[in-house]
Ligand binder design. Sequence first.
Ligand code: NG1
Ligand code: ZN
Length: 522
Amino acid sequence: MDLGTLKESCSQYNNPSKVKLTYGTAGFRAEASLLPSTVYRCGLLMALRALKTGGVTGLVVTASHNPVEDNGVKLVDPTGYMLDQAWEAWANKLAAADDEDGTCAVVQELFQVEDIPYGSSTVMLAHDTRPSADALVKAAAAGVAAMGSLPIACGQLTTPQLHWMVRQCNAGLKHKEKAYYEALATGYARLVSGHPAPSEGLIVDCANGVGAAKLQVLADRLAPGLSAELRNTGAEGLNDCCGADFLQKERRLPAGFQDVPEGARCASLDGDADRLVYFQRRGAADEVHLFDGDRIAVLAALLVMDLLRSLITAEQPPPTVGIVQTAYANGASTAYIEEKLKCEVRVTPTGVKHLHAAAEEFDVGIYFEANGHGTVLFSAALVQRLHELGDDSGPAKALLALVDMVNQAVGDALSGVLLVEAALRRKKWGLPEWAALYTDLPSRQLKVKVADRSVVTTSHAETRVESPSGLQQLIDSAVAAAPSGRAFVRPSGTEDVVRVYAEAATQSAADDLARLVARHVH
Ligand code: NG1
Ligand code: ZN
């Protein structure tokens, strides 16, 4: 690395706005015009991370479910998971540098403190469909190149596709986009082989995002094995009254679904296709019945446990299965998992990096946020055992198909669609049977705009407020007065708001509780 060249390059990406962005729940996010300096510096950072680890890293320019004017960056470690949390502080330090001198000083400090060898590394870059993508990918590539490293432009991809590609690449496996479709499609075909397709196809809301084109490729590859009609596939209207986040927060039909018959099986992706929810129209108005991430986790657990049951022998300890949730999980789902499935539940703070880490502690770790972001992880020991059982065991073969089909790097809506479709198909279930497993407790989420969201701090996986003092007591008394009430507040990691969650025995009680708690936050 030549310091003069680096400084010259950094000077092209100074931060004139002086707005200091910080690494949030899933990277940096802001209105797109504020981002070039931060994305450039993330290019520097991921080149350094690749040098440090000796692997290929990744960077996705996306703001997920946020409005089209926003953009952001998600960072991928060589494992295919999100950037190691210990490096988030470096990301913040780089983002906060005032000018080229400040940026170069942080780079030099990073080399020294992290004991990074000099050399050249590779960073894979991708982006979603936002109009601001090109300029930001250019900034990221300039950052990588300034370190004397190689940026590989992978073009438009879903976030989980790039995570998958990075993971495969570092494992020395086929990692092109084509290989992704191949792995998912062949896994699915093996998993549903001999199980007839339902008579009705799936209708998917693609949020007018990058998932539309990618799911189409997958569906074409699988036809007629997967019958899916894709809607909201346009170049305009990203996440606008559609998408998984809209469905989960608003609980009403997305744009373009007014004509779907009641009872039709529908699914919705978010703008970068890492979240998935299912839904069904309910009644004549635009009301929907939502099948959220908690319910997908339960269905995944049922599928896995059915298959694992036949592998249990007296000689070997049974594989461990755990479900990881956050405080946003509906209380009814947690009760069902613990009481009916008799499966272990772990609760972590919001953000898949926390859920993912907890899920790795099981042979099969299933994690989903209520908003539909999640996946299933399989331990190396279990996969090895499945291979040993090989062709003699139908369930082992089905589990190995699942291992190929599920994106184990990160939550993936495309892989998630196949997971749900396969599970329903193997059980000969439609949405009514899935819905009948348990009834969600009515809940309500609100956002409160405050001058400084960082004054709210929490503990116990975000279920208790530590500061400001006195707030937790107020929440406790509000909860005590609501039938089957539960509520908590936490500062968002992606928006400038404090989030309020409440659930109770009736919708009006949940609404009242959320409103009361929100007033206490103000
Ligand atoms: P914040 O803004 O920290 O609540 C939101 C979601 C997370 C996660 C991230 C990243 C909720 C309540 N929070 O985080 O679950 O998906 O965005 O996209 O849905
Ligand atoms: Zn997303």
